[in-house]
Design a protein around this ligand. Structure first.
Ligand code: AVJ
Length: 316
C-alpha cells in the first residue's frame, strides 16, 4: 500500500516527467489529462455550460429523451461503472432511470470531483451504493470483489473517447470489455463529424473560457514545477484537422522567448506551439467499426435531430 503522500509524489513526478519530455520533443506536446487540476476541472465545468459548446447539453438531451430505452437495454440488477466520472451529472439521469441498480462505481483522476459527486449522489439516492475509484481510467482498474458476479453497464459519456487516437480508442474499448465481463455492456457518448463552423467555436468560445482552460496548464506548470511561463505571451489555438477528423488544441507562443521549467531552459520561437489536446469526431459507421474491432456489438445508437452527437449501446 502506498501512503497518500507517496501517491501524490508519484503523480507529481509523472507530471514533471511528462512536461519535461513534452517540451523537449518536436512537435511539443503535453498529455491532455494534465489539463484537469482543480482549476482545470472547474473551467471544464464552465465550458459544458457555454452556448457554443453543444456536446454536453445535446448528450444530456439524448439521455433524458431515451432513458427508458436505455434502461430497458441495460436490464435489472446491474452496476454502473463510469470511466472519467467528473461531476457525475449525466449519471444522475441514468441512475434515476434504473431503479434496480446494484451499485455505482465512479472512476476519475480528480479526487475532489469524486468526493463532491459522491456526497451529492448518496444524498439524492440514499439506497444506492456509491464506490469511488481515484485513478486514470486508461490504467488497469480493480473493481471491488463483491461486483465480480454483478452484471456491469459501463458508462463513458462526453466523447472523452475523442481524446484518444483511433487505435488507442479501440484499445480502451477492449480493456473496458474485459473489465465489464462477458455479460457487460457499454453506453458511450461520441461526438459526430460536422461542419467546422460549428466545431471551431465550440473549442474557441467568445468568452475565452476554453482559452483559460487550456492556458491554465501553464499556470499549473508554474505552480507545481517552478515554471516561468508568462500567460500574456501565449495564446490558445483551436483548429480542425480534416484529414485526421479531429479538433486540435494548442498553446502558441506570441513571441520569441525563453521559459524555464524545473530549472531547465526552453526557447520558443514566435508561433511555436505546444499541442495539448485532440478531440476526434466520428461518423456512426466509424463508431460501429471501432466497437466491432474491439469485440463489441454496436447494438444501438441514439442521435439528436441536428446530428450533432451520439449515444451508443455496445453489447457482447
Ligand atoms: C472532455 C475531451 C470531451 O474534447 O470536447 C472541451 C474536452 N477541451 N473543450 C472535448 C474539451 C476543450 C472535451 N472532452
Amino acid at each position: 500500500m502506498q501512503t497518500i503522500a507517496q501517491a501524490q509524489a508519484t503523480i507529481q513526478d509523472d507530471f514533471a516527467t511528462e512536461v519535461l519530455n513534452g517540451l523537449s520533443r518536436r512537435p511539443r506536446s503535453i498529455p491532455c489529462r494534465f489539463l484537469y487540476d482543480a482549476r482545470g476541472s472547474e473551467l471544464f465545468e464552465q465550458i459544458t455550460g457555454l452556448e457554443e459548446y453543444y456536446p454536453t447539453r445535446t448528450e444530456i438531451g439524448l439521455l433524458e429523451r431515451h432513458a427508458d430505452d436505455i434502461a430497458e437495454m441495460a436490464g435489472e440488477d446491474v452496476a454502473i461503472v463510469e470511466f472519467g466520472s467528473g461531476s457525475s451529472r449525466k449519471t444522475e439521469i441514468l441512475i434515476a432511470a434504473l431503479p434496480e441498480l446494484d451499485a455505482y462505481v465512479a472512476i476519475d483522476i480528480s479526487a475532489a470531483a469524486l468526493s463532491e459527486a459522491a456526497i451529492r449522489l448518496r444524498e439524492r439516492f440514499p439506497g444506492l451504493e456509491v464506490i469511488t475509484v481515484t485513478g486514470d481510467f486508461n490504467d488497469a482498474i480493480d473493481l471491488p470483489d463483491k461486483l465480480i458476479r454483478t452484471r456491469k453497464l459501463g458508462f463513458f459519456p462526453g466523447s472523452t473517447i475523442g481524446n484518444l487516437g483511433k487505435n488507442e480508442a479501440i484499445g480502451f474499448l477492449k480493456t473496458a470489455r474485459e473489465l465489464l465481463g462477458a455479460d457487460g455492456a457499454l453506453l458511450i457518448g461520441v461526438d459526430l463529424k460536422k461542419d467546422e463552423s460549428i466545431l471551431v467555436p465550440a473549442y474557441d468560445d467568445s468568452e475565452g473560457v476554453t482559452a483559460a482552460f487550456n492556458l491554465n496548464l501553464l499556470t499549473r506548470i508554474n505552480r507545481e514545477l517552478g515554471g516561468t511561463f508568462d500567460l500574456a505571451k501565449f495564446a490558445h489555438e483551436a483548429i480542425y484537422n480534416a484529414e485526421a477528423g479531429r479538433m486540435e488544441i494548442y498553446i502558441t507562443s506570441r513571441e520569441d522567448q525563453e521559459v524555464t521549467v524545473l530549472g531547465q531552459p526552453f526557447s520558443f520561437a514566435r508561433g511555436e506551439r505546444i499541442h495539448t489536446e485532440n478531440s476526434h469526431k466520428y461518423a456512426l459507421a466509424d463508431i460501429a467499426a471501432m466497437a466491432e474491432a474491439a469485440g463489441w456489438t454496436h447494438a444501438r445508437a441514439w442521435v439528436d435531430d441536428n446530428n450533432l452527437f451520439s449515444v451508443n449501446m455496445l453489447t457482447q
